[in-house]
Design a protein around this ligand. Structure first.
Ligand SMILES: [Zn+2]
Length: 231
């Protein structure tokens, strides 16, 4: 039986890697200096490199079920996403953080249903999105979309509870971006904090949220001031 994964690894080494050898060499010698922390849902249909056109060295990527952000003050212990946020902001000094959810998200749908009893970690993890759920028993497409978007805003709010994030956002060294990727349309809707709504990228003025134009905005971005209901 052919080992498909092994074939793919060989194809990468033989075909895809050589044209980029010098780029990777540079990224090894000079180290990585990504400007963006991308927190995305683990869903296989969300492909951050396709969406952003980013290449090697450009995205510091952390993905989890639902693109959730755990609370800063309760995350002591083994929390990969919290550790990634701290590392990206304090060590890599990224300039923006994107939280990217998407349409047809299984994590968001699971907020309205049951998870298998053995999935105790998953059940607990979904608590990070529960506040976004709307009081309906059977969510239709519109409720799903709203819940997905509300969950993204909820994570932005929680990001602001990380002291190093809040500090840098308030000093305008860091911007936060809430993205809702609509898989079937191939379009990201970006959260515009001034409007309090998600706007398709084709019609948006910026890549989302806060003081996207650094330095010439009146107030620092504070998503905690945005009513969740607006999303
Ligand atoms: Zn998802």
């Amino acid at each position: 039986m052919p080992d498909e994964l092994l074939e793919r690894l060989r194809r990468f080494h033989d075909d895809a890697f050589p044209p980029q050898r010098s780029l990777f060499r540079h990224l090894v010698d000079d180290g990585q200096h990504p400007l963006t922390l991308f927190i995305g849902c683990s869903d296989s249909r969300l492909v951050p490199y396709l969406l952003t056109g980013a290449g090697p060295g450009e995205l510091f990527l952390v993905r989890n079920v639902g693109a959730f952000v755990p609370p800063y003050d309760q995350s002591q212990g083994f929390h990969g996403t919290a550790a990634a946020i701290e590392f990206a902001v304090l060590n890599l000094q990224v300039r923006r953080i994107i939280v990217c959810g998407h349409s047809h998200c299984g994590a968001i749908r699971a907020l309205y249903g049951e998870v298998p009893p053995a999935a105790q970690n998953l059940a607990r993890w979904l608590d990070l999105g529960r506040e976004a759920a709307l009081p309906v028993a059977e969510p239709g497409p519109e409720v799903m979309r709203r819940t997905e978007q509300r969950a993204i805003v909820l994570q932005l709010e929680r990001l602001m509870d990380y002291p190093m994030v809040r500090e840098q956002v308030e000093s305008r060294a860091l911007t936060l971006h809430g993205w809702h990727y609509v898989i079937e349309d191939g379009e990201v809707h970006v959260f515009d904090v001034a409007v309090g709504a998600f706007v398709p990228a084709s019609r948006a003025d910026n890549a989302g949220t806060g003081p996207y134009r650094l330095g010439d905005d009146d107030s620092a971005f504070d998503p905690s001031g945005v009513p969740l209901a607006a999303a």
